[in-house]
Design a protein. Sequence first.
Length: 618
Amino acid sequence: MTTQIPHDWLPGFPVTTAGFLRISASQVGAENNRACHDFISLKSRPAAKIGEGYLQLRYPPFESFPLGIVRDALLSSISNEKVIHEFEDKDEIAEIAINDAISKSRGHVEKSHKLWAVDALVGYLTAWEKARVEDMAHNIDFTDLEVIQAFDDTEDSHTEWFAWGIYLTSHDGKVREFRALKFSRAGLTTLNPVRAGVIARILADGVPHSEPSWSSPRDPIYKVLAPAQEVRIREIGCLDASQAIVLTASVEDARNLFTKSLPTIIERVKGGTQKSGPNCRSCRANTMCETLPNRPGLLGITAFAPWPKAYSPSKFHTYRRCPRQYFLQDELGLRTKPETQNSAQQRGLLVHAWLEQAHKRSKACEISDLPTPTSLGVIAIELSWNQDEANVALPFLAQHQLTCPINSDSQVATEIAVEALDTDADISISTRPDLVYKNGEDLVWREMKTVSSIKDLENDIYFNIYPQLPLAIRLMVENALPKDVLTKLGDFKNKRVELELISSDECKIITWDCDDETVKLAAWSQLAEQVDTWASDTLFAPSSNPPCNWCKVSQWCEFANAEQVKADIGGLQVDLKTGEIIENSSIPLLSNDDRVAKALGLVASLAEVSENDEDIPF
Ligand code: SF4
Ligand code: SF4
Ligand SMILES: [Zn+2]
């Protein structure tokens, strides 16, 4: 089959040259809620030249894609004349293959990255052996391994289809399989149909190809592979050695699946709409994008980041717990198996989920919405909670209900993300407000935090404890809320940021007026102080109070010290396991005490759940 993708390319940024198309299955198959068409359209054109005035993309001095060396090492471990399926000593094979891959890698590979990659490769090889057992039971013997992609060449266009993974063909040539590399949970998440369609097409029509530089078109090598009869996609998870076949199709069905995906592909590759999100950081058009607010100086720092960094309150919380943890999770991108949370995190997640679900309705939270000790109530049922979960959240929800700010005249926006780019610092910014609403002429950004008890503190100390607050004020002052949200909410006159502190027996609201000069200045200087150390850090030394005993990346960290269970901040003690201050009557919690701000800041960071993005970047 030959498919022609229309030539139109209509992104929101100026284009000088379009060049050929190389379409990636995972990029064009991004989930709807995060697919930026302009980003996909640009990434699909490796030779494209766009208008002047963009920030040259810079890269960190270390390898930041953790699966890269794992794939290289995997290929060398399984490739011989015939594909290897059984391994005598996986630990030894993995160690040698990863060392070899590192010696050929261009960037510097950190020690933790190497340790992670060895574990990941052992996981892959274990899953690889499990797949072999299944295949042999069905008389399928995969012997051939080729790196392939599909081509659509017409007189005036050249299109390539590719997917990052391993391609195997059976000895009799009848079955061809794509093995996708995942972090974990193979077969447990839904396969995106557009991504599946592109991979199916490559399996049906793919051929080996030349390997010039990334920005040059590849040449197909025809007549090497005979077409298969059946194609399959199998996922393999490196961290949990999971594996599962997620698609089996005849070649004809594979092409049909591709044809069904084409309208979405064509729309995305054409560009013309934007969706800001994690891709903005590495988007070449980010300084020319109308949707991503460019705000030079937003963060108030004087330094230019050593490489383009992404700031969010969640990342800052991880950094405050332990800079090393931040480095391993967020800069090196080491992923972990999903793990249990501490009690403060559990409580926070439950209460936030309930409030978000309730406020989506744009009406006040009523007593009748709340769970009771014996029944769930309509909202908890929508969230598929069990009674234990409802019981944990109930005392906090009951306190919120008494002061719920929403009424039937309120305009409400939930589940929104606010993104911006500080071009002076080359730092992209993202945050998710808990609630944005408009009551009358007041536009309000509200953060909601569950705490074990509410202390009597000066208002500005909360800027230090919750980095969301000074950032929210800056983003409100700089008018950086997404345009579609502002359009939905309508006109307003006043802007404020609120903090709702909810304990099991009290609820307190603190308010900052975003037009008040003193508030503006205090928020800006506090934000700059928080971001400055993080932005200029290139060493990422462990903190003096690292929560190693529940750190998700501790098994690959050379500084892990699981013995430490308490943090001591000038006599104030924080339990690193529960994430709470250990109250001590001889040291009262004074509102003007710097130690209190520090201890409560650490407590707030321990209660935060870090983001774990599962996406493969191409
Ligand atoms: S900057 Fe962000 S929103 Fe704009 S085109 Fe790039 S990825 Fe899309
Ligand atoms: S194990 Fe400890 S020192 Fe290492 S990253 Fe985790 S918290 Fe930091
Ligand atoms: Zn409410």
